[in-house]
Write a protein that binds this ligand. Structure first.
Ligand code: MBD
Ligand code: FE
Length: 282
């Protein structure tokens, strides 16, 4: 059976929750946060909830529906999805406000570290006959002053059905995930395929909220990258394709005009992209 038939919100949510716990020790980085700051942030968030309840005269039925829904988000493992879709873009904005180099965007829930090393000029790992328009992407990593940088571009993306390896069943472990390492000229050349738009699972708690609110569940097609070079700030970004109907109303609010690519279709049907990364010094 195909991934399409068997992918479930609970399975991809559980994988994303497991991934998050595996990668990071989230409390460690803030263990010395003063009580005053925790008090301020927690109180302001609670105040905002209290205000909404008073202003809109929230009922007990609505309060209990919220309680049941929050429990369901956890049971479906969808806290990483929920937070990255509806909250992370503001954190990213605040965190990168002083940047002079390339624009970034949110990481989202589907990054996996240590993807296979491919060198500077190679294809992403993919299946024989991987469906989708072939892409040829050329670019370089530089510092903001133009100096080429030896570094890495980690690339991860959905396939032409909109599914990510390790978060949907039936896809090889490292499919469409790779690490590209540039030499001193900073240059890379990557072959991949154009991903499909991504739909938030409709059968989980996040899908239930989307349906109940009358929203749509879509992110535009995108490539994810994490770019590093010694002495420079890590850049996490997403790249988008012109003409995608969801570039203007991404459910995750993560599109910026600077991140929309300008592919040129060649005679052999391959779409060629030129896009490089300028990293801010540390
Ligand atoms: C994705 O593919 C994604 O990139 C984000 C940010 C949220 C949900 C799914
Ligand atoms: Fe994504």
């Amino acid at each position: 059976s195909t991934a399409e038939e068997t992918a479930t919100a609970a399975a991809s949510g559980a994988a994303a929750t497991e991934r998050f716990h595996h990668d990071k020790s989230p409390y460690e980085a803030v263990k010395d946060t003063p009580k005053e700051r925790v008090d301020l942030l927690a109180r302001e968030v609670l105040d905002a909830i209290h205000r909404t309840i008073r202003e809109h005269r929230v009922t007990y039925d609505e309060y209990n529906a919220l309680k049941a829904w929050l429990i369901q988000v956890g049971q479906d493992g969808e806290w990483p999805l929920f937070l990255d879709v509806w909250v992370e873009h503001v954190v990213e904005d605040v965190a990168t406000a002083g940047r002079r180099g390339s624009k970034g965007s949110i990481e989202g829930p589907y990054y996996v570290p240590n993807a296979p090393e491919r060198g500077a000029d190679a294809s992403l790992p993919m299946r024989d006959g991987e469906p989708g328009t072939p892409l040829l992407w050329e670019g370089a990593i530089t510092s903001i002053d133009g100096t080429p940088l030896a570094g890495t571009v980690e690339l991860w993306q959905a396939d032409a059905d909109g599914y990510y390896s390790q978060f949907a069943p039936g896809i090889p472990e490292w499919n469409l995930r790779g690490t590209f390492t540039t030499g001193p000229d900073g240059k890379f050349r990557i072959r991949t395929i154009q991903p499909a738009p991504y739909q938030i699972p409709t059968d989980g708690a996040c899908g239930k909220l989307i349906a109940a609110a009358g929203w749509h569940a879509w992110r535009p097609a995108h490539l994810h990258v994490k770019v590093t070079a010694p002495g420079h700030q890590e850049l996490v970004a997403q790249l988008y394709f012109p003409g995608d109907p969801h570039n203007d109303d991404d459910i995750a609010s993560a599109v910026k005009p600077e991140l929309i690519l300008a592919p040129v279709v060649q005679d052999d049907g391959t779409a060629r992209i030129e896009y490089g990364f300028e990293l801010d010094p540390q």
